[in-house]
Write a protein that binds this ligand. Structure first.
Ligand code: FDA
Length: 508
């Protein structure tokens, strides 16, 4: 009963709550649907057939979040926590296994305080990563933060899952650059790093959101970038020797100077021969330095790519951010503070980590499968550099030394249920087909690219054994430590979802 919940919130919040602007039910608020849909990224989880929350609460301050946790506990209502709504499987706003449920949506907690003198910033979880980049750049053109490429992702979910981007080869993940955090625990207390202890502080930096508590804010470490960086894109189709170049990229991109990050977007496109399709590989990169130095480096290490001066554009780091995400190089950085940048689509994506070079001879058979839908897309993201120097157990995120690149299989469509089966089947079949080339024992997966095909907790029955199927893929042996931390901090499993960390004892 939403009324019971608001009464409980009132009784437990330090400060008054203006319910007319923070509490939304389907029955009483015309804006319920727009609030629900506001940041939800995957339209598949907004389809009419998907379960909807009984109500949404959008706290305006920390004490509201504390009260919401206390009341969820007291009234036994299942809760979901949302910061930026970009979860691939919609777990921040849809509960497939337990109804009724409510959403605590943190979009209004989004203050960012940058302290250039100390190379730090405090960031509230409802801020987008684009806002963080922009606010840092307002204070300094040579400071940045290493996190995701998509500007509209939320700081809350993103950092709890790791957070890679175009600076990870140089500085590691977003989670590797966290100094402190504030979290509301299962009892409704606010804890900072000192109060939560090193085990919980370790767990929330990569162990995934929605398992240990509600993060309110992160203290992040700023990193140095030069005043001028160089951006470029080079496209090669099969007719332009794409296979040979891609084969070489796998060996060069993870080992080259860590100032250089260049990923590959692979698409199916029309070929120059009418009526024929071909594979196009686009190398999109950013070098932390001038074009001269980049050209020298590429001539020495990767002449096959054919990078020339006219492909390069020197710009500031902040202007390069929209470009790396796919905007034209003339795009103003102001786009980063427009909170909803990404096109919303229906999607089912999957991911792999690749540890052995995919042989050139295998590529043609891969393309055959790849081209089975109209607009296939893969993104290959190079690792190496700093990522190889951080130990697998330093944080829950284990995919470090030996990873050549991360491979994202993207399946997106616009016409809802109509084409859903076709696109879902394609990506699942393609992922199966790629098994021989993927990492193994376990076949590693990225928590931030959440994939429910890997397994799910069941209603009222989270077990260590069944969650191991996905737990070891996301975390390798760190999964065991995560389960122990979960038992310490949330033994009654208040914070749970389809892939939350189960508490010990093994069956609960
Ligand atoms: P959302 O709010 O959906 O939350 C995700 C999970 O975290 C949910 O389980 C949620 O309950 C939990 N959670 C959210 N806020 C919490 C809080 N304050 N405390 C505790 N738990 C919380 N990743 C990447 O590393 N690099 C990239 O470049 C990209 N790019 C990208 C592009 C696009 C278009 C999408 C859709 C996704 C990405 N991602 C990504 C993946 C992204 O990092 C991942 O989906 C994050 O979880 C998104 O965080 P949000 O806060 O937006 O998600």
């Amino acid at each position: 009963n939403p009324e019971l919940f608001t009464q409980c919130l009132e009784a437990n919040s330090q400060n008054p709550i203006p319910f007319s602007t923070t509490f939304f039910t389907p029955k009483h608020n015309a804006s319920f649907t727009s609030v629900l849909e506001s940041t939800a990224q995957n339209l598949r989880y907004l389809m009419p057939s998907m379960p909807k929350p009984a109500f949404i609460f959008t706290p305006l301050e920390d004490s509201h979040v504390q009260a919401a946790v206390i009341c969820a506990n007291k009234l036994k209502i299942h809760l979901r926590v949302r910061s930026g709504g970009h979860d691939y499987e919609g777990l921040s706003f849809v509960s497939l296994i337990e109804q009724p449920f409510m959403i605590i949506d943190l979009a209004k907690l989004r203050a960012i305080q940058v302290n250039i003198a100390h190379n730090t910033a405090w960031v509230e979880v409802g801020a987008t990563i684009g806002e963080v980049y922009y606010r840092i750049s307002e204070k300094s053109p040579v400071h940045a933060f290493p996190a995701g490429n998509c500007p509209s992702i939320g700081v809350g979910g993103h950092i709890t899952g790791g957070g890679y981007g175009s600076l990870h080869r140089k500085y590691g993940l977003a989670a590797d650059n966290i100094i402190d955090a504030r979290i509301v625990d299962a009892n409704g207390n606010i804890l900072d790093r000192k109060a939560m202890g090193e085990d919980l502080f370790w767990a929330i930096r990569g162990g995934g959101g929605g398992s240990f508590g509600i993060i309110l804010s992160w203290q992040i470490k700023l990193v140095h970038v030069p005043p001028l960086v160089t951006i470029f894109t080079i496209k090669k189709t099969l007719e332009q020797n794409a296979n040979k170049i891609l084969h070489k990229w796998q060996q060069v991109a993870p080992n080259i100077d860590e100032d250089l990050f260049f990923l590959v977007e692979i698409r199916g496109v029309n070929s120059s021969t009418p009526g024929k399709r071909t594979v196009q590989t686009s190398y999109v990169g950013r070098y932390l330095g001038t074009a001269d130095r980049l050209l020298q480096l590429m001539t020495e290490k990767f002449p096959e790519l054919g990078l020339t001066n006219k492909d390069c554009l020197q710009t500031s780091w902040i202007k390069s951010v929209p470009y790396i995400y796919g905007f034209p190089n003339t795009t103003s950085p102001e786009i980063l503070i427009q909170r909803t940048i990404s096109n919303k689509v229906f999607m089912k994506n999957k991911a792999d980590y690749i540890r052995l070079v995919i042989p050139e001879i295998a590529l043609n058979s891969i393309w055959k499968r790849f081209m089975q839908i109209d607009e296939p897309l893969m993104i290959w993201v190079p690792y190496g550099g700093m990522m190889s120097r951080i130990s697998e157990s330093a944080l829950p995120y284990p995919h470090r030394k030996g990873v050549l690149f991360k491979l994202l299989y993207v399946s997106q469509w616009n016409d809802g249920e109509k084409s859903m089966e076709k696109y879902m089947n394609w990506v699942r079949r393609f992922y199966n087909f790629m098994t021989p080339y993927a990492s193994r024992f376990p076949r590693e997966a990225y928590l931030n690219y959440r994939d429910l095909d890997l397994g799910m907790n069941q209603f009222n029955r989270t077990s260590f054994l069944s969650s191991s199927t996905w737990g070891f893929k996301y975390f390798k042996d760190n999964f065991i430590r995560l389960v122990k931390v979960k038992y310490e901090v949330d033994p009654s499993n208040l914070f749970r979802h389809e892939q939350s960390i189960p508490p010990l004892p093994l069956e609960s």
